[in-house]
Write a protein that binds this ligand. Sequence first.
Ligand SMILES: [Zn+2]
Ligand SMILES: [Zn+2]
Length: 259
Amino acid sequence: MLAHLPLPTPASPKRGIYSSSTTYNLQLSMDFVYQTLAINILCNVFTFIFSCVVLYTNVFKNRRIQKQAYKPDILWQRLPLILFNLVALTLLTAVGLYMGQGFFVKENPSVLTFVMQLGLILICDDFYFYWYHRLLHQNKYLLAKIHSIHHRASTPFPMEYIYVHPLEWLGGYVGPFIAILLLQEVNVYVFWTYLIFRNLHEADIHSDIRSIVFTKLPLIAPTEHHDLHHSRPYGNYSSTFNIWDKVFKTEMKTDAPKS
Ligand SMILES: [Zn+2]
Ligand SMILES: [Zn+2]
């Protein structure tokens, strides 16, 4: 529940989570942090269950892209680093949201605001990720010391989206941060939609299961795009969209050689 407290008028009433169209302020800070963390945790619980279904049942057997069997203990091998990353990510997100709460506004967005803000965050995030990811491959030192950990997964399962060197996901934060700085005032519902979409899309593209949902959305990269990158990592550097690989000529062909 949000507590409505008559706080003093802020110095900059047009900006931040403390501003609203009403004449009083909303004490949202910790609620915003808790709600955002809850969304993240729920998405990861879903991804863990999805991983177990992919690894230990035949539910998606006919939709798998690569046919080789998973090692029986692969989930337990990966779990320590996955859990470390999730705990560190949760703590860092909590601190970041608390300190950056002035950039967020909680009010019902217009359709135009929703589409424009969500589009800008996704585009900034993915454009940054494309070049960041490409650098991680083209710089031999970064590839050997940082990104090679993520590429231990040649046939990924959903939770492996966060099976990465801790410095890798830390560097990946820059994209959405740029978008928030550009917007200055981000609607919390837009931000939560972005978080849910990014989490579920990451689970999907690391599932090795032919996309069921994301092939229906225009411009959005399906599982096959990133799955190919894991099996033969010579291109397909973008994550959310597949246009950057087309524009910058790094799109892989499905019959690209394995080595
Ligand atoms: Zn990946
Ligand atoms: Zn890669």
